[in-house]
Each structure stands twice: as C-alpha cells, then as structure tokens.
Design a protein around this ligand. Structure first.
Ligand code: ADP
Ligand code: MG
Length: 729
C-alpha cells in the first residue's frame, strides 16, 4: 500500500523510474525505438501502403483517404504494443513551444463496451479549438476553427503513453498559424530554385535538400534553488543578483570535465533522445558556469527542427528526474555568457553533392562558388529580415552584449574563400582565377581538383559564418524555434537562386556561353554583396560604425526590427516564393509584437513584486537591526564615543535608505509607465513603448537591488545568490 502511494507521488512529480539501457546494449539497439520510422512501417504496413507512404514522404505525393486508414491502423497497432493509450496531433503554434491535445484511442463499440479506434481521418486531420492560440487577428474568436494536418515527412513518435503525430496548423481559411507550414514551403521553394541552378552543372539533379545541424546551449540549475527564485520560475531569467566573485573569468568551465551529477543527466537525456531518433552526438561544458551544449548529427531541415523542439521538451522532463531545471532562456544570468543555438545550414543534392562544400573538380568548384555567392547575395539583400527572424525579447539580452554577435548581420568567409572571391571579382574570365593555396602554389579554379578549406579559420564573433562546408547562423537564440530562422534563410536563398537563373538565362539569350554567363553573374554578385562580408571583430565599436556606413541594418529595438518582415523587399520575396502571403506576414507580426509586450510586461511585474515584497522588507528589517544597534550604542556611551563606534553602521543605514528610496521611486514610475503603455491599442506601438519606456527601468532598479544584496545580512536575504545558483556541486 505504502509502495503504491509512493509511486503515485513519484509519477506526479515527473520523476518516475529512470529507465536505463541494459548493460551491453548498443545505441543502435534502441535508436528509434519510440518512432514509427521506416523500420517499424515495414513491420506494420502492407507493401502497397508502405509504397504510397514512402512516395508521400520522399516525393511529397498526396495520400488517399483509403491509404491513410491503413497507415492509421498500422500506427495504432504499433503504438498500442508500445503501451500507448492516447494520440495527439503535435504542432508548433506561434508561441515558443509545441502544442498537443491528447485523445484516447477508445470509442463505444455499440455493444455497451469500448474498443480502441484510430482512423485515417483522425490521423490526417483534426480540428482543435484554436481560439486560444495566437493568430494575429486572422481568426476572430467566434471563428475558432483551425486545422491540424499530418506531415508524413516527420515520423510519429511516442512520449509516455501518447502517440504524437507531427502536423501543420492552419486557419479555417487556409493561413498558416504555425512555423511548420511556412518552413515546409520554404524547403520546397529552395529545393525547386536550387534544382534549376544545379541543372546548369548536372542535369541529373532532381532534388535539393536543406540540412540543419543545431547546437543547443543551455543552463542547469538545482531545482531547490530554482524554486526559491520567483523570477526564474516566471521568466527563466534572474531579474536581479550581484555578480558572483568567481564566474567565468578563469575560463575553467569551457570543455572542462563535466560534473558527475550533470553527466548522469546527460546520459539519461541522450538515452531518451536516441529512443526518439534524435541523433545527439556532442556534449560539453560551455563558457559560463553551469552552461552546457548538446549537438546532434545534422538532418533534413524539417526533421531537425522537430527534433530540436522535441529535445527542448525532453530536456525539461529529464532534468526534473535529476532535481535540476533546464534554462533555455538566452540570458538567464547577467555578467556571464548567454545561450544561443547555432544553426548549421547547408544544401545538398539527391546525387550526394554538398552544394556549400568545395568540390572535387573544377565544375563542382564553380558550382560551389555559385551557391556561395548566391547565399552572400541573399544574406546581403535580406540582412534586416534575417535579423528579424532571430529577434525576440529574450534574445535581445544576448545580441550585442560582447559575447554574441551584435545586432547586425554580416558574413564571415575566412581568409581562403575571401581570397578566392576577391580574385574572382578582379578576373576578366574564369581561366584567370588564381587561388593562393596554403602551400603557396597558385592554382587556377578551372584546373584545381580540390579547394582545401582550412577548418581552423574561425571567427566566433560573426553572426553568420562559413565553416568549410556549411554556413553557421549563430545569432539564433537558445529558446527559439529554429524554424523561424531557417524559413527566412531558405526563402531568401530560394528567391536569390531564382534571380540567378534568370540573370544567367538573360546572358545566354544575349549570346554568352553557359560558363561565361555563370561567371559574369557570380562576379556581379560578389561585387554587389561585398558589404555583407566582414571577417574582423564583430564585437568592436568600430564595426558598428563601419556597418552603418555600409548600409547594413543596425536597428537594435526588437519591435522595430520586426518591421523588416513587412518591407517591400520581404513581402515580394515571401509572396513570389509562395512561402507566406501578405495577410500572413501582417498577422504574424501582430503576434510577434504582442509576444514581445507580454514578455516584458511579465518581467516588469515580477521585478516590481520582488522589489516590494522581498527586497524592501528585508532591507528595512536589516536597517532596523542596525538602527537598534546604533540606538543601544548611544544609550550606553557618551555622544562623542557613540558616534565613533556607530559610525560605520550609520553609513550603512543611510546607504540602505538611499537604495530603498530609489527602488521605491523607480518601481512606482515603472507601474505608471506600464499603465500608460497598456492603454495603447496598436500592438506595434505598444511594443515600441514597452521597449523604449519600460525596459530601461530593469537595469536601473536592478543596480540598487544588487547593491543591497552586497550589504544586507546573508542570513536574511531570501533569494539564492549567483554563487549558489551557478555552481553545481
Ligand atoms: P562546432 O562547435 O565546432 O561548430 P559541432 O560539432 O558542435 O561544431 O556542431 C556542428 C554541427 O554542424 C553538428 O550538428 C553537425 O552535424 C553540423 N554539420 C556538419 N556538417 C554539416 C552540413 N554540411 N550541413 C549542416 N550541418 C552540418
Ligand atoms: Mg558551431
């Protein structure tokens, strides 16, 4: 009996039975165990059904209802054998996380009993009440219908007792209310555009995949300490606390040995990931204390995005089993590095060629340079849009804080490719291009079998860096859905590649041969996009000045950065590639502005509450103790002697009073400023006011609270300090 009760409590706390692999089991033995992947499909679907599903997955073909019924039956059988009792459509609304609504498989059997049921209709489409998801006004609350529809290209999986089916989420009238819909469209757009360009080099190319390998940074904190910090619980960041005497200055955490308690967490997490087919590969300590990183082997972009979202939720569950909390916020602690999510991105053909990696022969190298110069052009023309795609209230704390790239998008190419691009720019024809090899031999592009890219040529300060065979979009925030950045990038590149094909065709129509037409177009692009290339120190003040001169977008206010989604250039890009229409773009921006305001609003409220309920009372109590002490001193000694003895405490008493008065004054002002802002109806304007008028109070108030933290009796201070939060023992 007591055992049972114990089990129930454990289960409710999310810490139930840590399943571990049986000793001797290999990763490949349980990899994908909880996924309805091709292996399981082969077991549970008939040959004909399998053929149709694979056709839908690989070629995007539509599935007939009849086939969907067969798939659903096989899926249910598998899921029930795995112990699942429920199913859900799993989708990514325009909030940060994922959404799900669980339904049991049961239905009445018409004979006063129940049977397990799951039809193709339930698999393919659902109609959740969507009125509480952000839609930016596309869907008025009285028209609550939204549809989720199965995405067969991302396999279903089981979490706990629930079969999760990845789906898109659209409104009754067909507009995207999620990230997956436009992401899939952008993947399709870049596929089509890139295939057309590839055909200039190899007519056999039929499909181009976009790939994503994300690197996820995160913090771990002890659960008990986390629970004692209302700011962490409510906002995932500490709104106050003085620097710890020791933090990252000794640089002893990065790549250091991982604390045993954390290793246990990581192992458990990796096991859970493998069962879900998330191919995690790398784990290490990051720069800041308690900061870690995890990276998988890269995958097709849509799947990689799903896997990152799934990972973020699995991490949270596994952390609780180890009495940790995971912080995915971009800047949980002031004074030490924040967390990002580097998005390693590349394009590759169905013939196995990485279009962003140097090739093995002259033709492949020309293709490589073609794609590189198109990416440069795309990033150049859309630098404001790409910045908008990674901007959020939370990421704003990290960008430009001398630990992450500034709020300016530029591209780092490394010395070797830069030399090559410079040569190309100056050349009159292809034959002339020379490349300075490391060995000192000069080789012409048309004849070199290989370009050896030096992988040690790195620049940590660049938001968008070429790393030998891919680009690394490093400005993405750790809590973000990768899809926002990836769909902007894929779309920008798709639009650019379409233009490239057109430019080349025009030259060919004017009598140029194909190679020359490609060369001339590339040369033009390299010249035109030159301003986006920057290999220097992105953290420096000089770069900000220089970037402004170059005409790059230097806006730092997040709500205004979002305007880039609605620029003429962006609207034409998104509509011409079919990724998002104008109505969707406007609606999505409404959601972004609203989310921005709400996040700042919550932080402002918590800061005010903590200042009034925690800080001021504690400081006043301590001040009272000192006053007691002083008045006792004065009652014991003569005035002159007493003044001497009590001198220090008198200073502290006054200091405290000064800080308290300032905090109270600023909190009152903050409340007033919020009242004014809340009256604004236009979401954009409201967000701007929150950004300009509310945010500045955070650091002002915090400064005085942090000073008090240094002064007040440690025993009285209610909030765990950085030195406690940041060092796992
Ligand atoms: P680093 O920290 O040195 O940048 P990591 O090994 O931590 O590198 O992560 C690099 C990520 O890039 C991994 O997810 C890896 O799979 C991914 N990656 C490698 N090659 C490619 C490629 N061609 N396209 C996309 N991602 C890639
Ligand atoms: Mg990296």
């Amino acid at each position: 009996m007591s055992n049972l009760r114990f089990k129930a409590v454990e289960e409710a706390s999310g810490r139930k039975a840590i399943e571990v692999p049986i000793p001797g089991m290999k990763t490949s033995d349980y990899f994908g165990k909880n996924v309805f992947d091709r292996k399981n499909m082969r077991k549970y679907l008939s040959k004909e059904t399998l053929k149709q599903v694979l056709n839908a997955i690989d070629k995007g073909g539509a599935l007939q209802r009849e086939v969907a019924n067969h798939v659903a039956a096989g899926m249910r059988m598998w899921a029930m054998e795995m112990g699942a009792t429920h199913y859900t459509h799993w989708f990514h609304p325009l909030t940060d996380g994922t959404a799900e609504k669980h339904d049991a498989f049961i239905n009445f059997d018409g004979n006063s009993g129940v049977i397990e049921e799951f039809s193709g209709k339930l698999l393919a489409q659902q109609e959740p009440d969507a009125s509480s998801f952000p839609s930016g006004g596309i869907r008025n609350t009285f028209e609550a219908r939204g549809y989720t529809a199965w995405d067969p290209s991302s396999p279903a999986f089981i979490v706990n007792d629930t079969l999760c089916i990845p789906t898109i989420f659209i409104s009754y009238t067909g507009e995207a209310l999620d990230y997956k819909t436009p992401l899939l469209k952008s993947i399709n757009a870049v596929d089509n555009a890139a295939v057309e360009v590839c055909k200039l080099f190899d007519p056999g190319v039929k499909k181009v995949y976009s790939y994503l390998g994300w690197e996820q940074e995160y913090f771990l904190v002890d659960e008990a300490l986390y629970s004692a910090r209302p700011d962490l619980v409510m906002t995932e960041r500490t709104l106050m606390s003085h620097d710890s005497a020791k933090n990252q200055q000794l640089e002893d955490h990065y790549f250091g040995s991982i604390p045993t308690r954390v290793v246990a967490f990581m192992r458990d997490l990796e096991y859970e990931c493998y069962k879900l087919s998330i191919p995690v590969k790398t784990r290490h300590n990051e720069v800041a204390p308690n900061q870690f990183e995890l990276a998988p082997i890269y995958e097709e972009c849509n799947l990689a995005v799903d896997h990152n979202l799934l990972l973020m939720s699995v991490m949270k569950t596994v952390a609780r089993r180890h009495y940790f909390r995971v912080l995915l916020h971009e800047k949980p602690f002031k004074g030490i590095n924040g967390s990002g999510k580097h998005n390693n991105w590349s394009l590759g053909t169905d013939t196995g060629v990485n279009l962003l990696g140097p090739g093995k022969n002259a033709k492949q190298n020309l293709q490589f340079i073609t794609f590189v110069s198109n990416v440069l052009m795309a990033v150049y023309k859309n630098n404001a849009l790409l910045k908008a795609s990674i901007s959020s209230a939370t990421n704003a704390h990290r960008l430009g804080a001398n630990e992450a790239p500034p709020a300016i998008i530029s591209v780092f190419m490394g010395s070797q490719i830069s030399t090559l691009l410079n040569e190309l720019e100056k050349s009159k024809n292809l034959k002339e291009i020379k490349l300075q090899e490391k060995t000192g031999t000069r080789l012409s592009l048309t004849h070199i079998p290989e370009i050896m890219v030096d992988s040690t040529d790195r620049n940590r300060t660049s938001p968008f860096a070429f790393t030998g065979n891919r680009f690394e979009f490093r400005a993405v925030g750790s809590s973000a859905n990768c899809a926002a950045a990836m769909l902007a990038l894929n779309t920008a590149v798709a639009g650019q590649l379409k233009e490239f094909k057109k430019d080349v065709n025009t030259l060919i129509a004017n009598g140029k041969n194909k190679e020359d037409a490609i060369f001339l177009t590339i040369r033009k692009y390299i010249k035109e996009s030159k301003n986006i290339r920057f290999d220097g120190n992105g953290y420096s003040e000089e770069w900000k000045v220089e970037a402004a001169k170059r005409g790059l977008d230097c806006e730092t206010r997040v709500p205004i950065i979002y305007d880039a989604y609605l620029s003429k250039q962006s609207v034409s890009l998104f509509t011409s590639t079919g990724v998002l229409n104008e109505k969707e773009l406007h609606a999505r921006n409404e959601v972004k502005w609203e989310q921005y305001t709400k996040k700042i609003q919550i932080e402002a409220r918590i800061l005010g509450d903590l200042a009034m309920n925690h800080i001021i009372p504690v400081a006043t109590r301590y001040q009272g103790l000192l006053l007691d002490n002083v008045s006792k001193i004065f009652s014991l000694y003569d005035k002159e002697k007493a003044a001497k003895i009590a001198a220090q405490n008198l200073i502290i008493i006054e200091d405290i009073a000064e800080h308290l008065n300032f905090i109270k004054l600023k909190v009152d002002e903050l409340v007033e400023a919020r009242k004014v802002a809340n009256k604004i109806e236009n979401e954009r304007e409201k967000a701007i006011v929150y950004c300009e008028k509310i945010v500045p109070y955070f650091d002002l108030i915090r400064y005085h609270i942090d000073k008090l933290e240094l002064t007040i009796d440690n025993e009285m201070w209610t909030l765990p300090k950085y030195r406690e939060l940041l060092f796992i023992r």
